[in-house]
Design a protein around this ligand. Sequence first.
Ligand SMILES: Cc1cc2nc3c(=O)[nH]c(=O)nc-3n(C[C@H](O)[C@H](O)[C@H](O)COP(=O)(O)OP(=O)(O)OC[C@H]3O[C@@H](n4cnc5c(N)ncnc54)[C@H](O)[C@@H]3O)c2cc1C
Ligand SMILES: *[C@@H]1O[C@H](CO)[C@@H](O)[C@H](O)[C@H]1NC(C)=O
Ligand SMILES: *[C@@H]1O[C@H](CO)[C@@H](O)[C@H](O)[C@H]1NC(C)=O
Ligand SMILES: *[C@@H]1O[C@H](CO)[C@@H](O)[C@H](O)[C@H]1NC(C)=O
Ligand SMILES: *[C@@H]1O[C@H](CO)[C@@H](O)[C@H](O)[C@H]1NC(C)=O
Length: 597
Amino acid sequence: MIRSTALLLSLGVSLIPSTSALSGLVTDPTQVSDQSFDYVIVGGGLGGLVVANRLSENPDISVLVIEAGSDNRDDPRVYDPYQYSVAFNTELDWNWPSSQGRYIKGGKTLGGSTSINGLAQTRGQKAQYDSLSTFLGINGTEGPWNWDGMYFGMLKSEGFSAPNDQQKEAGASSNPALHNTSGPLQVTYPDEIFHGPQQKYFQTVISTNFSVASSPDADDGNANVVAFHPNTMSWQDSDHRSSSATAYYSPVAERSNLAILLQHLATKIRFDGNKATGVEFGTSNGDRYTVNANREVIISAGAIQTPALLQLSGVGDPALLNGLGINVVANVSGVGKNLQEQTMNSVGWTPIEGFDFQGRGPSDCIAYPDLLGLTSSSNNDIASTISTNIGKYAQDAYDAGAVVSVEAASAIFAIQQGLMIDDHSGLVEAFFDSGFPNGGLGIDLWQLLPFSRGTVQITSTDPFTYPNIDPRYFSADVDLKIQIAGLRMARKIFQTAPLRSIVTEENAPGYDSVPEDGNGGSDEDWSRWIVDGFSSVHHPIATCSMMSEELGGVVGADLKVYNTENLRIVDASVLPIQFSAHLSATLYGIAENAADM
Ligand SMILES: Cc1cc2nc3c(=O)[nH]c(=O)nc-3n(C[C@H](O)[C@H](O)[C@H](O)COP(=O)(O)OP(=O)(O)OC[C@H]3O[C@@H](n4cnc5c(N)ncnc54)[C@H](O)[C@@H]3O)c2cc1C
Ligand SMILES: *[C@@H]1O[C@H](CO)[C@@H](O)[C@H](O)[C@H]1NC(C)=O
Ligand SMILES: *[C@@H]1O[C@H](CO)[C@@H](O)[C@H](O)[C@H]1NC(C)=O
Ligand SMILES: *[C@@H]1O[C@H](CO)[C@@H](O)[C@H](O)[C@H]1NC(C)=O
Ligand SMILES: *[C@@H]1O[C@H](CO)[C@@H](O)[C@H](O)[C@H]1NC(C)=O
């Protein structure tokens, strides 16, 4: 022993306990069982594969990723963006039931939700990135949790290709100064981008008649505009989806220090005191194995499964854990609280006879109306509703167990109010759609920044039982008010020339469901239709928020879980508040910054 140690030292090999030589994709659990890796990452989705790629750049560091799903990169349901939604309700989709009969979708496959998502690539409002430091209660000047630091992280991930002449002709434009062309994630516009008049007409109407400025490129932190946005699709590989798997794993699959175990669920984080020593994993037939982590355990299982795994492992609110007979390893009462999910309804209009979309999706033109834009076409008391009711929302969230204290919720909501009112963040997303709903033209509309707060809580010690998910949709009444204002605006947009000239009538909801009263329909009629028919946007976040402990945060600025050692979280659960954007560009930025740590 002594001789071989001396030999190793003389060869310059470090004495970190035996790291596994395992590499590539594996499905046999016995190859991983009782092995040791420097880093064990749970979840091979967005956060997990960015971190796995960056950590394994150093050949002396061994990395294992444990992923519940399979590798489906060669499956057209995954790689073909023109088949968006065919992966839903299949084995590629977690399809978690949530309250009010709504299902939340999430990718259960290598690449996670980036392997089944809608490919829209958008950044949020500058002030929203700066607020990350405010939620932590730190001076954010030095970053990375401010606009500059996140901009750097987002650029690092991006491999952008500017629109070609045909795409420009269809309306796409970009400012090269805002993009990186050499990062791993392929970002561009569809080859067959819609070049009928519809997207340009939408842009014209909303900028001319609804006080939403038109921008040549909305990625500069002024996101409360209407613009053509690119997609996470490959310009090197015929428009195939660029996911965290194709961008961050495929190019480094040959690394000898990086292994991915597929088709196994992480069932528990193993601790020695507060120190994470490894991860237990297994299958639904009851098999259990353990793998050891020399340095750190990193959880990237997404905003639903990450809090569930922490709770199963004894990290969470003692009140919940005690009730299930789970030993408390760390009292971190914010785990599973602060859940924020958005709600969507689609307005649809029937195109005129013979209308040709001229091209194929994904659609490109998106508007993010702020308070001014949203209230430009109808009187609305959104701002006053917020200021009158903020205390009530805080008390209500506390009573529902969705925040750690009334004081914390009040402080969180005050920051949110500032972002919504003073910083002009987009309050709704108006996603212009060719081919949906009902095969016509439409606007998918969702309120972006809900005051409703909810919970993710395990109900059983069986890791294969889904947690109880309650986003408490519309529990804060202003959320519904904003959704109503957005949908009324969507109707009015279609009623306005030149968009009006290419449609005949509204088919969703239709004037029979929500009668036109000369001002876009009544609150009562919209409200009934919204509550009856809304769906989840599949953007759950904030269940292990990066915030101060006083606010109910679960991780600090270093993404380490409070009251534990060497346990970090890198996924959507750390984002403490929704942004006025789709999530993935921001999450790639967080993950790149996390890997730097
Ligand atoms: C239908 C849909 C459409 C979307 N559209 C867009 C869009 O157009 N633009 C955009 O920017 N964003 C979009 N998003 C959101 C974006 O894709 C997600 O927010 C993002 O991928 C979340 O990253 P994550 O790392 O938190 O989780 P994920 O990327 O979902 O990765 C989590 C991974 O962990 C695995 N896992 C979970 N639990 C365990 C466990 N216990 N053991 C082992 N593995 C586990 C999962 O199988 C999954 O692979 C969409 C999401 C969905 C679901
Ligand atoms: C924040 O830090 C910067 C640089 O470290 C410093 O110049 C600035 O004064 C600090 N601001 C506050 C409010 O403390
Ligand atoms: C572009 O991406 C590469 C690869 O991630 C990175 O090295 C480079 O710093 C990025 N450039 C900018 C301007 O961020
Ligand atoms: C939209 O704005 C244009 C330009 O100001 C104006 O001519 C037109 O009448 C407006 N349309 C409606 C429906 O207000
Ligand atoms: C858990 O921590 C919170 C504050 O973070 C505290 O109020 C509570 O009493 C603690 N619970 C237990 C059982 O220690």
